[in-house]
Design a protein. Structure first.
Lengths: 227, 333
């Protein structure tokens, strides 16, 4: 693994995370993360599209003229989203109906077009695919965290509705963490998503600040100036 | 005779003094609420104040700032008390605590503490509770219910006591549901008299005493007249207009002025010096905006009262109002 690969992994998962640093794709991020499973599903769908789009864009990057590149990128992304949408509709129909409009809306997720334009169209397929995978994983991780957080506060459970994704056996996955069903309603409503994301952002920045060496608070006065 | 170094003319209206005066002006309204609704009001005030002070101290600590001056300026205490006065008197103990902690931590200190918060912390806490627990937040005791004492309230909020909750609709609730079911104002009125939309005189009395406290603040120049006047005008004018057009469907302005949190909002909540507009004309428009929004929310909104949401919305508009109402500087066009 070269430094370049390591850089891709670090950027996607943490230092240039699509949701926490680039703040892209917030619409689905905020809209569907009422439960962990919803977040996970949309995260996986986005991950697949991002991986495919980055690879495809990187493969055709020498053939596409710069004037029409955005149209081509969108075409590729839209085809992939349609494919993912059809697969979801075929195999996870209940979940597909829960997520509703937000699956087709992955097309407009700026994180995907952003990666295609900023990275995949300038780099070889292997690296671009890795970038797509890592960015997708980073995005998915935030969706899952936020979904879990909101589900615990709002319903007091985790993995509610896991059977929709994994099949009937997964009903047993549901964990009850809090002794209530009607929890903090605010957490399940859109404002709760904004507040939760804000707190996650603060947490990330706090972690970064703690790791970074502290800058010297004030320049020390020169020796000659001190009385 | 006291001997002090200069300055000899000390400002009369520093923050702690102002906050103390506002707290003092809240006393008559609070006392009548305790008398009418029982010990629960007192318990709410105790819980909210304690949480407010604890949260303030914890947040100052976390932010690496001195704790004592922040606690001594009474601003956290005032926010806690204001939130407590908005809450229905019988709640499980953790609701006021949660709301106050949210108000102080996420409504005030996240933005940089006293003087930097764009929203009124008390109203943020109230909106947080109202949205999170809509069922419990409308439980005002009915007049038939014997007012529970402090001990009863404590037992209830700790979960040790079940009271057969005879929750009465507040006059605003009653109006909203009544009109929603197609009744007319005349049908809702007991008899034709002043305050006839109020089934009893509890809410006019509470509002009247908060008005009294507000007038004291005005008279002592602790608050400016523009904001309260704006709120009351903004509330009464559309109410009067629509009442004149169709008295069957719209409540009279006097009802609106003395129902719900109108007076508390106009004199104590909208006048929060941090989150309100600060220019003279801006204050008037800010108050008018709150009044109109309160009336709109009460008349067409989903909630029976709208003081909290109106204040929060106008908090958002306050910087813009100040920008538009900047006084002209002498010599500049």
């Amino acid at each position: 693994m070269t430094t370049m690969h390591r850089e891709r992994i670090r950027e996607g998962l943490w230092s240039n995370n699509p949701a926490l640093v680039q703040l892209l794709g917030l619409c689905p991020l905020l809209a569907v993360t009422a439960t962990l499973i919803n977040g996970l599903t949309l995260g996986l769908a986005t991950l697949l599209v991002l991986l495919g789009a980055n690879t495809a864009v990187s493969l055709v990057r020498h053939q596409v003229r710069p004037e029409i590149r955005i149209a081509v990128f969108i075409l590729i992304i839209a085809s992939l989203v349609t494919a993912v949408e059809l697969v979801m509709s075929a195999f996870f129909h209940e979940l597909y109906r829960v997520l509703g409009i937000f699956v087709p809306l992955i097309v407009t997720n700026c994180a995907i077009l952003g990666r295609a334009e900023a990275f995949a169209s300038r780099n070889p397929p292997g690296l671009a695919a890795l970038d797509g995978l890592m960015m997708g994983l980073g995005f998915c991780a935030v969706l899952v965290t936020l979904g879990g957080l909101r589900e615990v506060l709002g319903h007091g459970t985790l993995f509610r509705g896991a059977d929709l994704l994994f099949g009937p056996w997964a009903v047993a996955l549901e964990i009850r963490l809090m002794p209530f069903d009607e929890g903090l309603l605010l957490a399940l409503l859109p404002p709760g998503a904004f507040i939760g994301l804000g707190l996650l952002l603060a947490l990330k920045n706090w972690c970064d600040q703690r790791r970074r060496p502290q800058p010297v608070a004030a320049a020390k006065p020169l020796a000659g100036e001190t009385g | 005779m006291s001997f002090r170094p200069a300055p000899h003319l000390r400002p009369r209206n520093d923050v702690p003094n102002l906050m103390r005066r506002v707290l003092l002006a809240l006393v008559p309204g609070t006392a009548i609420m305790v008398w009418l609704f029982g010990g629960g009001v007192l318990l709410n005030i105790l819980l909210c104040s304690a949480t407010a002070l604890a949260t303030e101290a914890a947040m100052q600590r976390l932010r690496g700032r001195p704790v004592a001056p922040a606690l001594n300026d009474h601003s956290a205490l005032l926010a806690g008390v204001l939130l407590a006065l908005c809450l229905p008197p019988l709640l499980p103990w953790w609701m006021p605590v949660l709301g106050t902690a949210f108000a102080l931590a996420l409504g005030k200190h996240v933005y940089g503490g006293l003087g930097f918060n764009p929203f009124n912390p008390a109203m943020l806490g109230y909106a947080f509770l109202l949205i999170s627990f809509p069922a419990q937040m409308v439980l005002w005791p009915a007049p038939e219910l014997a007012t529970p004492g402090l001990l009863q309230a404590i037992a209830f909020s700790g979960g040790a006591l079940e009271i057969d909750m005879i929750s009465g609709a507040t006059p605003l609730d009653r109006l909203k549901t009544g009109l929603g079911q197609g009744e007319t104002i005349i049908g809702l009125q007991a008899e034709r008299a002043l305050f006839s939309l109020h089934p009893d005189l509890r809410w006019p009395l509470i509002n009247g005493l908060f008005l009294l406290g507000g007038l004291y603040l005005l008279q002592r120049d602790y608050i400016r007249w523009q904001i309260p006047l704006g709120v009351l005008l903004g509330l009464a004018t559309p109410a009067l207009l629509f009442w004149l057009i169709d008295p069957q469907r719209f409540a009279d302005p006097l009802f609106h002025l003395f129902a719900g949190g109108a007076m508390l909002g106009a004199f104590f909540i909208a006048t929060d010096p941090v989150s309100a507009a600060t220019t003279t004309r801006g204050r008037l428009y800010y108050g008018l905006g709150i009044g109109i929004l309160v009336w709109v929310i009460r008349t067409w909104g989903g909630y029976p009262d709208g003081v909290a949401f109106a204040v929060l919305l106008m908090n958002l508009a306050a910087p813009l109002l100040d920008r538009l109402c900047r006084p002209r500087i002498q010599g500049h066009s």
